[in-house]
Write a protein that binds this ligand. Structure first.
Ligand SMILES: C[S@@+](CC[C@H](N)C(=O)[O-])C[C@H]1O[C@@H](n2cnc3c(N)ncnc32)[C@H](O)[C@@H]1O
Length: 321
């Protein structure tokens, strides 16, 4: 596919291109922190693109066992280990099974009944991580899916997977941008996914207003978030960490998130799903060997986090402009 910007008459193309050029210059510096993820990405790019991909199942499947030589399979394994810890998945790469911390298909399955039409649409996935959900969107035939991911580990991991998927991921693009750059894209997206982000932001309402500006008329925002249980419109502001995670600011109830969306001017705000977070969905694996959900809870009372706050639900909303 040509640059997705061609599909966006409203986007500030010169700002995006200038940002890309500056970022490329920044990443060209031989810094250890950059090379750590650039090297496995470059190694992956020497491997052939897969002959067969399937993005319709729970596991994102890229290539089948036997398509690579022994040396290539070893190089693939080594490169993918360099992207640990894997948070989102699972993936099957030429028969290499990568079991990530999150069984991400569970979120996708909860989301699916509330998904807007994606066919021929221009879609953004803010904080796309390694792109698991973007791959899952592709069978719905969007015109373009643009991932925003500023963390280099995930950015280069996603680029590596994109290379391996070849033509099958032709409609997928990734920018090393954060939500901070969404202002480059006024009136540009039919659908924006904002999943696992809002509780990490200091100014959730300012961000919602910026995302609204980035939608085309009639566009849809999908927001997925942690939420504390409760019926009232309240948000928890943790003293330090929430479930051991630093950088968590406002954890709303579902009613509060509904209210944020209403008061930000979105219409047809709908709760698609609300479920407790579960240690079956988020857990330690061979590809994510650090602590995981079970370690974040009070061992005496799993209804509470280790800090004594209510344990999180996961909620999904859709909202239109
Ligand atoms: C909790 S994960 C959620 C990943 C995925 N969207 C999901 O729902 O499973 C948060 C993601 O946002 C990315 N991120 C960090 N800072 C960001 C920013 N300023 N703008 C957008 N994404 C950011 C992280 O690197 C990470 O991939």
């Amino acid at each position: 596919m040509a640059d997705y910007l061609e599909l966006m008459p409203g986007a500030n193309k010169s700002a995006v291109r200038q940002w890309r050029a500056e970022n490329e210059a920044r990443l060209a510096r031989p810094k250890k922190g950059f090379l750590r993820f650039q090297e496995p990405w470059r190694r992956t790019c020497t491997l052939p693109a897969a002959e067969y991909c399937d993005f319709t199942g729970d596991t994102v499947l890229i290539g089948r066992h036997g398509e690579l030589t022994g040396d290539q399979a070893r190089a693939l394994h080594e490169s993918m280990r360099a992207f640990m810890p894997w948070r989102k998945g699972p993936f099957s790469l030429y028969g290499l099974e990568i079991d990530a911390e999150w069984r991400s298909w569970r979120k996708w399955d909860r989301l699916a009944p509330g998904l807007p039409e994606l066919k021929n649409k221009v879609v953004a996935d803010i904080g796309c991580n390694n792109g698991y959900y973007m791959f899952r969107m592709l069978p719905r035939q969007p015109a373009a899916v643009v991932g925003f991911e500023p963390m280099l580990q995930h950015y280069y991991c996603c680029k590596s997977l994109q290379h391996l998927a070849g033509q099958a991921a032709d409609r997928l693009s990734i920018e090393a941008m954060g939500v901070e750059q969404i202002g480059f894209y006024p009136g540009s997206f039919d659908v924006i996914f904002l999943m696992g982000i809002i509780y990490h932001r200091r100014e959730p309402l300012t961000m919602l207003a910026q995302l609204k500006e980035a939608l085309r008329p009639g566009g849809t925002l999908i927001v997925e978030s942690q939420a504390i249980p409760g019926r009232e419109s309240l948000a928890l502001f943790p003293e330090h960490t929430y479930a051991k995670a630093p950088g968590v600011y406002f954890v709303p109830t579902a009613a509060c998130l509904h209210n944020w969306l209403n008061r930000s001017g979105f219409k047809e705000v709908q709760l698609i799903s609300q479920v407790p977070t579960s240690p079956e969905e988020q857990r330690r694996t061979a590809w994510m060997t650090f602590e995981s959900y079970a370690d974040f809870l009070d061992p005496e009372n799993p209804q509470q986090t280790i800090e004594g706050y209510p344990s999180p639900d996961r909620v999904i909303f859709s909202a239109k402009i």
